[in-house]
Design a protein around this ligand. Sequence first.
Ligand SMILES: [Mn+2]
Length: 329
Amino acid sequence: MANELCVDMTVESTAALLLAEHDWLILTHQYPDGDTLGSAFALCRALQLTGRSARVVCNDEIPEKYEYLTTASTEDPFIPTHICAVDVADVKLLGAELEETYGDRIDLCIDHHISNTHYARHLLLKDYSATAMIVLEVVRAMGVQPDKLIAEALYTGISTDTGCFKYSNTTALTHRMAAELMEVGIRSDMINRQMFDIKSRARIELERMALADMRFYCDGRVAIMPVTLDMIDKANARENDMEGLSPLPRQIEGVWIGVMLREKATGGYKVSFRSGNHANASAVALQLGGGGHIAAAGCTLDTVSLDEATTQVLTAIRRAVPGVESVDR
Ligand SMILES: [Mn+2]
């Protein structure tokens, strides 16, 4: 629920608030990504450079590929009295443990999600491509010139939240800020390779098996890719290896709707729909009791076999996507 006592902040008043206190615990969202981590470690270092004590905490383990970010700050030991959340749209997204401990006492939130629920006492909200862009403005307003470590952390946030500057949320300002960070002398090539190119061996094995079992329907306008427990087991894949798998079928030329059917440990399938200009993924997901956005949506099908899940998905697509079947037949 929105908090009426939440104070809207400017970049300047946020910088002043941060500098007015002597210690800050910085919280990221659960299942951390490049933006929440980049924003957190950059802000942490900026605070430390101004003589404050600061530390980053995350509900979940930080995936290995982000490890270079953690060197941006030192592990200050202190009992936290001031709490700041970055890139966290809702208090629930902190993750169970952090929400339990800090959920009702967040002093400041810096975020770019317009859906932010105003759970913090002070909120700096700007409709930017990444929270890291807002943090760059705050760091400057604190009188800190971004050094290489801060710049690499912020660049990571901007690059990951824009899909390496490919998503429609990429603006001229996104590029300008990225360019400013590059002028500091960052390893943007290493960062983008680490974030977007490198895949684990297990991930490639999993992709190989999933692609081998992918089937096409509706004259190639629908592609359904199964990811079964058996495949996950054979590939020796961990949760990290699953990230970003669902857009694969949609990348194929001529596919309007790409579907991933991921078998759940408890039985049944988690279904992800990805669509382009020709179809509304959320309309399809709604047919099956799910939801989401136009380009990306999902639902869960409990206690069904792979064949049954495929049939249900195809029925929903034929109902919700006009013209998906060839007009010739
Ligand atoms: Mn973000």
